[in-house]
Design a protein around this ligand. Structure first.
Ligand SMILES: C[S@@+](CC[C@H](N)C(=O)[O-])C[C@H]1O[C@@H](n2cnc3c(N)ncnc32)[C@H](O)[C@@H]1O
Length: 257
């Protein structure tokens, strides 16, 4: 998946040098969605948990106090080193790390009671194979929770808002693939054999400077993103709550199966 010049190599190139900033990132370390995940784990005490596309490990850290074993899994070895280091600092001995692509998981069928994936699937080369693998490694009766940025669910403005969102996402980070709409998520989950519940939505504010610095976007591209934002039509400005400094809000969906 990560031969020279491939999308996989680009994912690793984008994320590996930024492991420490993902561990420290406030927008990843906090949020109503993370609190809900922790509450879910507190209530259900899952034995084995898979954090798929763990990044800086915030899902793992949120559920580990209430779980038997947590496997933090990511395509970036550097990200996993940072997660292992942070887990040790937090004295969370039940977190282990495993390097793998979501599309090809090195786990037996039915290995996990909870598979959770947060803000990762929009980088996957193809959503379907990753979801099929998540379904395969989930124990019968287990729960899968997917949380990701989604294309805005606004009637009659979907295409307009979708185009603006994907464009600035790709400019800021060329390993971006797609913020799928909630309807596309539901269809993909069903095709993978899941029975998803009704999606729930959150709004999340992204501070422009932190967002752009986290991915080390080059100055000429930053200028292009700002120039584009300044030309955005009223419907786009309003929906994304674009501020004077470029900070804006995204839609996040919680999909539980
Ligand atoms: C934005 S970070 C994840 C944030 C983290 N889950 C959290 O809740 O803070 C995205 C992560 O997905 C990983 N990733 C992207 N594509 C992947 C794939 N196909 N398989 C496994 N990991 C992937 C990247 O290496 C990166 O660490």
């Amino acid at each position: 998946m990560s031969g020279a010049g491939t999308h996989g190599a680009l994912v690793q190139k984008q994320f590996s040098p930024r492991a420490a900033s993902y561990v420290a990132s406030l927008v990843h370390a906090q949020g109503e969605d993370l609190e809900r995940l922790a509450a879910w784990a507190r209530q259900h005490h899952p034995g084995d948990v898979l954090d798929l596309g763990c990044g800086g490990g915030h899902v793992s850290f949120a559920v580990a106090p209430h779980a038997g074993r947590v496997v933090a899994c990511d395509a970036s070895a550097e990200m996993l080193l940072a997660v292992a280091h942070e887990a040790q600092a937090r004295e969370m001995g039940n977190i282990e790390v495993r390097e793998a692509w979501a599309e090809r998981l090195p786990f037996e069928d039915g290995s996990f009671d909870l598979v959770a994936s947060r803000f990762s699937a929009h980088h996957w080369q193809a959503l379907g194979p990753g979801l099929s693998e998540a379904r395969r490694v989930l124990r019968p009766g287990g729960t899968a929770i997917f949380i990701d940025t989604v294309a805005p669910p606004v009637a009659l403005l979907e295409t307009l808002l979708d185009t603006w969102l994907q464009t600035i996402e790709l400019m800021r980070d060329p390993s971006h693939v797609r913020d799928w709409s909630a309807a596309q998520w539901v269809a993909a989950l069903q095709a993978a054999g899941f029975a998803p519940g009704t999606p729930q939505f959150f709004r999340r504010r992204l501070d422009f400077n932190a967002w752009i610095e986290r991915m080390a976007t080059p100055p000429n591209i930053i200028a292009a993103v700002r120039a584009l934002q300044q030309q955005a039509p009223e419907e786009v400005r309003r929906h994304f709550a674009i501020e004077r400094d470029g900070s804006f809000e995204i839609d996040v969906a919680w999909l539980s199966c």
